[in-house]
Design a protein around this ligand. Sequence first.
Ligand SMILES: NC(=O)c1ccc[n+]([C@@H]2O[C@H](COP(=O)([O-])OP(=O)(O)OC[C@H]3O[C@@H](n4cnc5c(N)ncnc54)[C@H](OP(=O)(O)O)[C@@H]3O)[C@@H](O)[C@H]2O)c1
Length: 312
Amino acid sequence: MAVFIAGHRGLVGSALVRAYAALGTPVLTRTRQQLDLRDAAAVSRFIGEAKPRIVIIAAAKVGGILANDTLRYDFIAENLFIELALIEACRIHRVPRVLFLGSSCIYPKLAPQPMREDCLLGGPLEQTNEPYAIAKIAGVKLIESCNRQHGTDWLSAMPTNLYGPGDNFDLNGSHVLPAMMRKFHEAKLAGDAPVTLWGSGTPKREFLHVDDLASACLHLLANVHAGQVPGDLINVGCGTDVTIRELAELVQRTVGHRGPVVWDAGKPDGTPRKLMDVSRLTGLGWQPKIDLADGIAGAYRWYLDNVEQARR
Ligand SMILES: NC(=O)c1ccc[n+]([C@@H]2O[C@H](COP(=O)([O-])OP(=O)(O)OC[C@H]3O[C@@H](n4cnc5c(N)ncnc54)[C@H](OP(=O)(O)O)[C@@H]3O)[C@@H](O)[C@H]2O)c1
């Protein structure tokens, strides 16, 4: 019985594939063309036949502020379909361990910082990605409720902002770090042309390398069980943040762009600060290993090596 990684071609899923490959653990994968994870009947058939011992839900419709704010129905509906199809199939076919991946955007916009797991549902969400966040909160509650009602041993992990090999560099759908990397890279090639970045640069964000996230997921699956922490929910982050302006300076230096940076203050900033409280995770015995400057340098090397294949 193997591990099924749903969403194995994504940023998170591909890091999980690398982490299991390093251990020599067999992994089951299905592309979207082989198995549309919104199709509950097909998903149930697959899980029933494959009988995985672990299912990691790293498949989701994800994107940046613009995509979340404009494709609001798609972000809530597709994520609910995927979560419900997978979780219900795992319940019916008694999959021993499920790890559901959500996101730090499940916490209220004005949650006390750093955000603890118990601030969930304590206030209004950030408007731009509210539909996505509500789908992810539903996933957390599906996991917790199934544990309570059916005695399953499943967990939810809420990663902070992630980056690394396999990221999405499409400027309409990507997150802040890969979008910046691509903008600086293309501006450098255009003779150090000016780079325009969204917002004021003052919001603070936390970034975790995706290989650190994969290591945390394997640690949780090996060492942590349902009922051990309230809500069966664990934040995954590094516990430190930087301003978007500091991030831009780091990416600009790494890429080697020497042109001007223009901050478009007419564009939304999003939540003023988002830092995870990771004391629950560190108390469970896990620490990140990859520092931000090294991680960004590695991610840029990956981008240069894969510029044609990278999702753009
Ligand atoms: N990236 C981050 O910064 C970040 C931060 C916090 C949490 N997370 C969480 O981590 C999880 C994965 O995110 P990610 O960044 O790895 O996303 P990603 O790179 O976009 O990967 C998502 C994967 O899901 C697959 N997928 C989506 N819809 C599908 C469907 N209907 N049927 C089959 N496969 C489908 C995609 O397949 P295709 O390859 O065919 O498109 C892709 O492989 C999400 O739950 C997200 O909330 C991510």
